[in-house]
Design a protein around this ligand. Structure first.
Ligand code: ZN
Ligand code: ZN
Length: 497
């Protein structure tokens, strides 16, 4: 889409090319050109008399979208722009010669690409980093709502959850209420299995009661789809929006949002409270643009709260509350180390290292379910046939595995005894009675935080609060030692010694 700058009754407006022919008596300042060639985008003041579309308000408020993402006729959008209810913004801007993406805040040169653009008929730079949300290039503006925000509907009682918090959960829950009230950035450092979702309910309920908009962001779709029904049950009168790739809620507005960190990129200055779950998990931990996305989506006077079992050094500097005990009151299972020699060589010969074989066959008789974490997809694929020869029903999964959800569901139903997995399942998946092992724990992918999360899969259910966690290795690493120390010190703080 190209735009012309037009003067009507002494005021300057940006006008989409297809609407130019309908103008009555305009003064066209520039012929239609790419938005990138317009040195500054005229903003229009709000006309409070204008009868704006409530539907468009609900669709666009808080978001920044491409024209293609807006299912409204151009003239409707233009009316709203002329009356100050919509504003345009450059998608990609050059600052001191370097491109900058307004949507994902990307500034890394290797994530920009220039192509001969059919729209603006010249070389045009676009951002590859946020391409999954639709191509944003120099000639594509972002459109945002500039009118009043849609009202929120508060129906008391807001919180329907009536469960009991443990003493440790209560302390964290109270602190969270305070932090949200005072708008102090806050960290809940809770062990795996502490019951963190329940700790959030009071703080969220209070913010909702005050008419605030709350967002819970998590890095993975699995986590959002698992949390959504729990939040709907806990907050039955609140308008809840659940956002992930392929979600039906895109375009909906509400007061409580659950979103993957990627979908968050479409929001700006909207949320009073943002809670970032599993803050250290891939891809949030390695992707600076997602940190920017959280900052961007938060209102200037809003507050962000972080939630994790394995905070970074940076996060530990925040005001925080530890929850060292699991909700069921039992200690965290402490990992055991087991040297297993050159396991890669063994696998290449279609054999298992002896200690691993023993560990597996022991469970063949007890029928207990197992997770086995491996460093690569290939190791998983090598292992499965060998393990099946032992008579153990098994599948391997990894992040790009198309049958991942199917296989995990089969495992949950108890139709598989062993699930061999890459670190993709280090969080989120909870199976009640399980033993867990890592093969090749010395590999670099198994960081302290990954190992703590993996150990955290064991003993989460109150009926099965213990279980084995064993690191099979070919040489102990610092990460292994630190993961064990981390777990032991949490147990000490939890009153176990
Ligand atoms: Zn971008
Ligand atoms: Zn272009």
């Amino acid at each position: 889409m190209r735009f012309a700058v037009v003067t009507v009754a002494g005021k300057e407006y940006l006008t989409p090319e297809p609407l130019l022919k309908d103008l009555v008596d305009p003064t066209v300042i520039s012929p239609p050109i790419s938005i990138r060639q317009i040195p500054s985008l005229p903003e229009t003041p709000i006309n409070s008399q204008f009868a704006f579309s409530k539907e468009l308000q609900s669709f666009l408020a808080g978001r920044e979208l491409l024209l293609d993402e807006l299912p409204y006729p151009l003239h409707v959008l233009h009316d709203h722009y002329q009356n100050g209810y919509i504003q345009y913004e450059y998608g990609i801007q050059f600052r001191a010669g370097y491109p900058h993406c307004s949507r994902c805040a990307n500034q890394e040169a290797e994530y920009f690409f220039a192509f001969v653009c059919a729209r603006c008929r010249q070389m045009c730079t676009y951002c590859r980093k946020c391409i999954m949300l639709g191509r944003l290039s120099q000639c594509t503006p972002l459109i945002r709502w500039a009118g009043p925000l849609p009202p929120v509907k508060i129906v008391e009682p807001i919180l329907a959850w009536d469960g009991q918090l443990s003493a440790e959960q209560s302390v964290a829950s109270d602190q969270l209420v305070q932090a949200i009230e005072k708008k102090t950035p806050f960290l809940i450092w809770a062990v795996c299995g502490a019951g963190k979702t329940e700790m959030l309910f009071q703080g969220i309920a209070q913010a909702l009661a005050r008419g605030r908009r709350v967002l819970l962001a998590a890095p993975r779709t699995d986590v959002i789809t698992e949390l959504t029904p729990r939040f709907i049950a806990a907050f039955p009168t609140t308008a809840i929006v659940s956002l992930y790739g392929g979600s039906d809620d895109r375009g909906k507005n509400g007061q409580l949002f659950l979103s993957t960190t990627h979908q968050l990129l479409r929001y700006r200055d909207y949320f009073d409270v943002i809670i970032v779950d599993e803050v250290d998990a891939f891809p949030y931990s390695i992707d600076q643009s997602l940190h920017c996305a959280v900052q961007k989506a938060q209102k200037e006077d809003g507050v962000t709260v972080f939630l994790t079992a394995t905070p970074s050094k940076e996060l530990k500097k925040l005001h925080h509350q530890k929850v060292p005990k699991r909700y069921h009151g039992y200690p965290l299972p402490v990992p055991e180390f087991q040297w297993c020699g050159n396991w890669k060589k063994k696998l290449a010969k279609r054999r298992l290292p002896q200690p691993l074989q023993l560990w597996l066959t022991k469970r063949l008789t007890s029928k207990k379910q197992m997770f086995l974490f491996v460093p690569t997809i290939e190791v998983g694929q090598q292992l499965v046939p060998i393990v099946r020869d032992l008579g153990i029903s098994s599948e391997s999964v990894h992040a790009e595995d198309e049958k991942r959800h199917e296989k995990v569901a089969k495992f949950r139903r108890g139709e598989l005894q062993l699930l061999v997995t890459t670190t993709i399942l280090e969080r989120g998946v909870t199976v009640p009675n399980i033993d867990v092992a890592v093969l090749g724990a010395e590999e670099a992918i198994f960081t302290e935080s990954a190992l703590v999360q993996i150990a955290g899969r064991v003993g989460r259910h109150k009926d099965y609060p213990s279980g084995d966690i064993i690191f099979f290795h070919y040489g102990k690493t610092m990460a292994m030692v630190e993961a064990k120390r981390h777990i032991e010190s949490m147990n000490e703080e939890g009153g176990f010694s």
